[in-house]
Design a protein around this ligand. Structure first.
Ligand SMILES: C[S@@+](CC[C@H](N)C(=O)[O-])C[C@H]1O[C@@H](n2cnc3c(N)ncnc32)[C@H](O)[C@@H]1O
Length: 272
């Protein structure tokens, strides 16, 4: 007999680094480990089973086999620069941190809104797009944007591109795999703007990220990095110690730990 997941049983990855606030309104929450108790579910209530992604994986693999035809996602709506963005987040455990719209992404969009940024005619690359919120706004602001991430995230980005970018602008949005440190050589180096929101979050990825930034940064490139220096391990050191040794880094905006840096190539030429 095959297992049928009740409608009101939901699996979500939840750890201290993830936005617990999203799960407000539930009467109780706990790490479930191996536990799975859906027997007592009462009609009209939801049981949300949460754990770290790694623990959730086996459960959700089984779930996706059961729930193949039912995409499992949440949606959040944002408004920037006169555009309404409806971002779908595919809550499959295999997407991990990619299935959230993170604060630094929202902060960068708000910054573009406040600064009335116009990307018309600009060739733009986004690294670690996640849901794609920043890259999608950049397209709506006129840019010719390539949104990139690890292969498993591309379906979510493509979904959001299709849902948010009108067909007459769709040709300005490309989506592709770019794993830092490995795939940068598959892309041209003539991007004028590089975007990265909340991509400085895991020290294990820093060397590959630096390699990728160095590859794409020429004298004509501006990199916008938006990071939360309070919430992400190593982010402060990365922005204040590591990057300034290699690039010009200008803090252009800061709000509650979310810092936006404008990063450009360090000019080594001696003019005289
Ligand atoms: C915390 S999420 C941020 C997502 C989105 N930019 C935002 O602000 O909401 C970090 C993203 O970087 C991507 N990422 C992490 N390591 C990567 C790597 N080595 N190569 C490419 N992308 C990576 C993840 O897949 C994820 O989508």
């Amino acid at each position: 007999m095959s297992y049928q997941k009740p409608e009101n049983l939901i699996f979500v990855p939840l750890s201290w680094t993830l936005p617990q606030a999203e799960y407000g309104g539930y009467t109780s929450c706990s790490g479930r480990g191996r536990g799975l108790t859906d027997q007592n579910l009462v009609e009209g209530t939801s049981l949300v089973l949460t754990d770290r992604h790694v623990c959730l994986r086996s459960k959700s693999t089984r779930m996706s086999a059961i729930d193949d035809k039912k995409p499992w996602w949440q949606e959040k709506t944002f408004e920037f620069s006169g555009h309404t963005l409806k971002m779908a987040m595919f809550k499959e455990s295999s997407l991990g941190v990619s299935a959230y719209v993170w604060e630094p992404g929202v902060e960068l969009c708000q910054y573009f809104h406040n600064e009335k940024v116009n990307f018309a005619g600009k060739k733009i690359l986004e690294l670690g797009s996640g849901t794609g919120i920043v890259g999608i706004l950049a397209v709506l602001l006129g840019g010719d944007v390539t949104l990139t991430d690890r292969p498993r995230v591309l379906k979510q980005i493509e979904y959001n591109v299709a849902a948010n970018i009108p067909s007459h602008s769709r040709h300005r949005a490309k989506v592709g795999t770019l794993v830092w440190g490995d795939d940068q050589f598959n892309y041209s180096t003539d991007f004028e703007v590089i975007l990265g929101s909340d991509i400085v979050y895991s020290p294990i990825h820093f060397p590959a990220l630096v390699k990728t930034l160095l590859h794409f940064c020429s004298v004509n490139t501006v990199i916008y990095l938006s990071s939360n220096l309070n919430a992400r391990m190593g982010a402060e050191n990365f922005h204040k110690e590591v990057l300034p040794k290699l690039f010009n880094c200008e803090l252009v905006h800061s709000n509650k730990g979310n810092c936006i840096y404008k990063v450009t190539k360090e000019c080594t030429d001696n003019a005289d």
